[in-house]
Design a protein around this ligand. Structure first.
Ligand SMILES: N[C@@H](CCC(=O)N[C@@H](CS)C(=O)NCC(=O)O)C(=O)O
Length: 277
């Protein structure tokens, strides 16, 4: 992998890398923040999954997460949201194709050739980092995300409870099988047999969770997508009794990075409790 940017930030380093992804069958970029503690010790990793239209750079430039990560000694890994490149299938709309990988392994043409984001996030990227960045302790890993990336964090965390210590999400798509964004893209990537969608639906996965993993969700009440696409009430209804799920609702906040910037510190501190044990 090739380092394409390396900038000092709060005593740590905000870096960006380019690499060939064998799983996605294309070149990819990702961003990595190393806190100052990484100079002397291995640090835990908090993965951030972004939403529709984002690259790996939106979170890095807009969320303001580095200060608290530097204080707590946590690395922040921000992958891209889809495969990229000239030969990669795309859609005219912003909510499918490039920038909208939905963190699934596609099974349908023309998507399956590149859209394998689930395996990229769960397997290929951590394996690459384990080989290439000695400062990371990939046995201590948690996951968070926004909107489509909140869906990704919930799905990936719930399906890999022994890999991730905790999950959090900002305005996640909580029941993709029941909202227009999910129905469109899961239909594209997985086909019309809806039984195949279940493995990528956080509400379905939470309802049948056998092992608990702490989850924090924050949702703005002035979010334009709240009732049509996000539906946190479905996640709350699906949670088994006594499941460690907290859903915090915030009056006046919308879907933007201003909302994320307002609560990112609380999310990183939440994860630190489980990562720094
Ligand atoms: N109105 C937006 C819808 C997409 C959207 O809100 N994307 C969110 C995630 S679902 C985002 O993070 N956008 C990038 C940004 O704000 O930097 C658009 O058409 O770009």
């Amino acid at each position: 992998m090739e380092k394409v940017a390396d900038v000092q930030c709060f005593g740590g380093q905000q870096q960006r890398f380019k690499h060939v992804s064998l799983v996605l069958n294309c070149d990819m970029h990702f961003s990595l923040f190393l806190p100052p503690q990484a100079k002397n010790a291995k640090v835990p990793v908090l993965v951030w999954l972004s939403g529709l239209t984002c690259t790996d750079e939106n979170f890095v430039t807009k969320a303001g997460a580095q200060r608290v990560a530097a204080e707590l000694g946590i690395a922040l890994l921000a992958p891209d949201t889809s495969p990229r490149g000239e030969g990669v299938a795309d859609d005219e709309a912003y909510d499918a194709g490039m920038g909208a990988g939905f963190y699934v392994n596609a099974t349908q043409a023309p998507w399956a050739e590149h859209y394998q984001m689930y395996d990229y996030i769960v397997q290929e990227l951590p394996a690459l980092l384990a080989r290439e960045v000695q400062a990371l302790d990939l046995k201590r890993m948690s996951i968070m995300g926004h909107s489509m990336g909140g869906h990704g964090a919930l799905v990936i965390g719930l399906r890999n409870v022994d890999t991730y210590q905790s999950i959090s999400a900002f305005a996640p798509i909580c029941a993709p099988s029941q909202c227009p964004w999910g129905e469109k893209t899961l239909g594209y990537y997985l086909g019309q047999d809806r039984s195949t969608w279940q493995d990528y639906d956080a509400s379905v996965l939470l309802a049948s969770a056998k092992k608990s993993i702490p989850i924090r969700v924050d949702q703005g009440l002035a979010d334009n997508f709240l009732t049509t696409q996000l539906m946190p009430e479905k996640l709350i209804a699906a949670a088994p009794q006594n499941y460690p799920l907290q859903v915090l609702q915030h009056k006046g906040y919308d879907h933007s990075y201003f909302f994320i910037a307002s609560f990112i510190e609380a999310h990183i501190r939440f994860h630190a409790e489980f990562l720094n044990q």
